[in-house]
Design a binder for this molecule. Sequence first.
Ligand code: HEM
Ligand code: HEM
Length: 185
Amino acid sequence: MSSKTSAYTSTAKLLHWLMASIWIAVWIVGALAVYFRDTLNPTHGLTYWHKAFASALLILLVLRVAWRVTHTPPAMPAQMTSRMKQAAHLGHLVLYALALAALPISGWIWSSVADKPIMVLGMVQLPPLLAANPDAYDLAKWVHVACAWTSVALVLGHIAMSLKHHLVDKDNVLLSMAPRFKSKY
Ligand code: HEM
Ligand code: HEM
C-alpha cells in the first residue's frame, strides 16, 4: 500500500545528506585514529582532520535547526499508528540532541580541557569552551567515547528503520529524503 507523504524540501535534503556523509566519515576517521594509532595516525594527522570536519557539523547544525523550525516536514504515512509516529519523532529528536549536538560538543569540551586546538575545516580555530584542566581529561574523554558509541547504535537503528519503511512497509518515507524524489501529494 502506498502512502501520501510529501517530500522534504531540497534544502532539508541537502543538509541531511551533507551532514550524514560528514558524520559517517568522521566517525570512521575517529575510530581509525584511536584503534590504528601506530600505523595510520603516528603524527595525529587523522585526529586533526577528525576534529576539523566534525566541528563543521556544529555550524551546519545551526543552519539545519533554523531551517527545520521554519519549514514543516512531510506528514508520516497514514498507516503508522500514533505511537509509531511519536517514536519516530522522539528518535529524530534524540538524533539531533545526541548524535549532532552532544557528540561534537563533547569533543570540543575534551579538546578544550586537554588544551588542544580545533581548526574548523583546517582554517579557523574554535575558541575553547572550557579552561584547560588536566583533572577533567579522563571524564571528558569518557563522555565523548560514550556519546560516539551510543550515537552509532542510534544511527544504525535509524538507517535500519528507513530501510524497513522502504522494503517492508513500502511507503514513501525513504523516498521523501531521496535527492530526486518529488511527491505529487
Ligand atoms: C568538535 C568536534 C569533535 C572533536 C574536537 C573530537 C575530538 C576527538 C578526539 C581528540 C578523539 C581522540 C582521537 C585520538 O586519540 O587520536 C576522538 C575520538 C573519537 N571521536 Fe571525536 N571529536 C569530535 C566530534 C566527533 C563526532 C561528530 C563523531 C561522530 C560522528 C566523533 C566520533 C569519534 C569516535 C568514534 C572516536 C573514537 C572513540 C573511541 O576511542 O572508541 N567525534 N574525537
Ligand atoms: C545511509 C544513511 C541514512 C539514511 C538512509 C537516512 C534516511 C533518512 C530518512 C528516510 C529520513 C526521513 C524521515 C524518517 O526517518 O522518518 C531521515 C531523517 C533524519 N535523519 Fe537520516 N538517514 C541516514 C543517515 C543519517 C545520519 C548519519 C544522521 C545523523 C547523525 C541522520 C539524521 C537524521 C535526522 C535528525 C532526521 C530527521 C529529519 C527531520 O525531520 O528533521 N540521518 N533520514
